[in-house]
Design a protein around this ligand. Structure first.
Ligand code: ZN
Length: 312
């Protein structure tokens, strides 16, 4: 069993300013916690080339790609930031970081489908699941998991994939990108009502959206996943599973008001592993989305990685 951990220093260069929760320190916290838990030596550390603009164009419109590229490159070597929305900005390194993040998601998909590795976690930022086909938003520039899933369908010819999104926020971008595409099943839960104030009703017939009220804990989430996600996933029989792995539903994360703990991420990852073993030859690519309490984020990623690597 080989589990890859994708990481690259470029992803720490994108910086939205002092005090912004979506910070480079998030990746450092994850790396430190992998070392502290002594599972770093059991993982296959990998990196990847930058994605090409033609890769981005498989999901995103030309105007969106140009907006991010031009404003980021205009700031290169100068400092400063260009605001995209009240919560999201780019600096002179954001274009490179975003291409690297997408490149790692694509390379992880290729490596899993080539049988080089069984599964992979991509410790990437900027995150992606709010990015739609035409607009960045909510800390997200390009939709890494959507790029990876579409790559598996179009470049590798898979017929059915699943996207599992356990970030505390609704993955509105991913849902919009794949709405009405019957090859893709998206399952998610998210605090509701809450940013981005969407998802209460699925856009296409191919998403299982599970809105949950603030202060829901792991017991509630596990029951909803068992009742609503698992039957849909098993009926879809995905040939590969993509995970939008956000850890901001953790009870120590004050970005939101949910009550998950590490044991819940262990349980969730086990459910994903079981569906993957049954239908998808174990093929999983997981990409970091949210998670803003640095300690809880590091511990939760360790819990996720231990199950992916079958160490627990
Ligand atoms: Zn989130």
């Amino acid at each position: 069993m080989t589990t890859a951990f994708y990481t690259h220093p470029d992803c720490k260069l994108h910086d939205m300013g002092a005090g912004h929760p979506e910070s480079p320190a998030r990746l450092q916290a994850i790396e430190d916690q992998l070392i502290a838990s002594r599972i770093d030596q059991l993982l296959d550390y990998r990196s990847a080339p930058l994605a090409q603009e033609s890769d981005l164009a498989q999901v995103h419109g030309a105007a969106m790609i140009a907006l991010i590229k031009e404003h980021s490159l205009a700031l290169a070597g100068k400092g400063g930031r260009y605001p995209l929305d009240p919560d999201t900005s780019i600096n002179g390194y954001s274009w490179q970081a975003a291409l690297r993040a997408a490149g790692m998601a694509l390379a992880a998909t290729d490596a899993v489908l080539a049988g080089e590795i069984n599964n992979a976690f991509c410790a990437v930022r900027p995150p992606g699941h709010h990015a739609t086909s035409s607009a960045p938003m909510g800390f997200c520039l390009f939709n890494n998991i959507a790029l990876a899933a579409r790559h598996a369908l179009e470049a590798h010819g898979l017929e059915r994939v699943a996207i599992v999104d356990f970030d505390v926020h609704h993955g509105n971008g991913t849902e919009e990108i794949f709405a009405h595409d019957p090859r893709v099943l998206m399952v998610s839960f998210f605090q509701h009502p809450f940013y981005p104030f969407s998802g209460a009703e699925a856009e296409g017939g191919n998403a299982v959206n599970v809105p949950v009220p603030a202060y829901s804990d792991g017991k509630i989430v596990r029951q909803l996943v068992t009742e609503q996600w698992l039957p849909a996933l098993n009926a879809h029989r995905p040939q590969m599973i993509f995970v939008s792995a956000g850890f901001d539903a953790h009870r120590e994360d004050d970005m939101a008001q949910m009550g998950l703990v590490e044991a819940d991420y262990t349980w969730l990852t086990r459910q994903i592993m079981e569906v993957a073993a049954q239908h998808a030859q174990g093929r999983i690519v997981s990409c970091l989305e949210g998670g803003y309490n640095l300690s809880a984020l590091g511990r939760s990623v360790v819990a996720h990685m231990k199950v992916l690597a079958e160490l627990e």
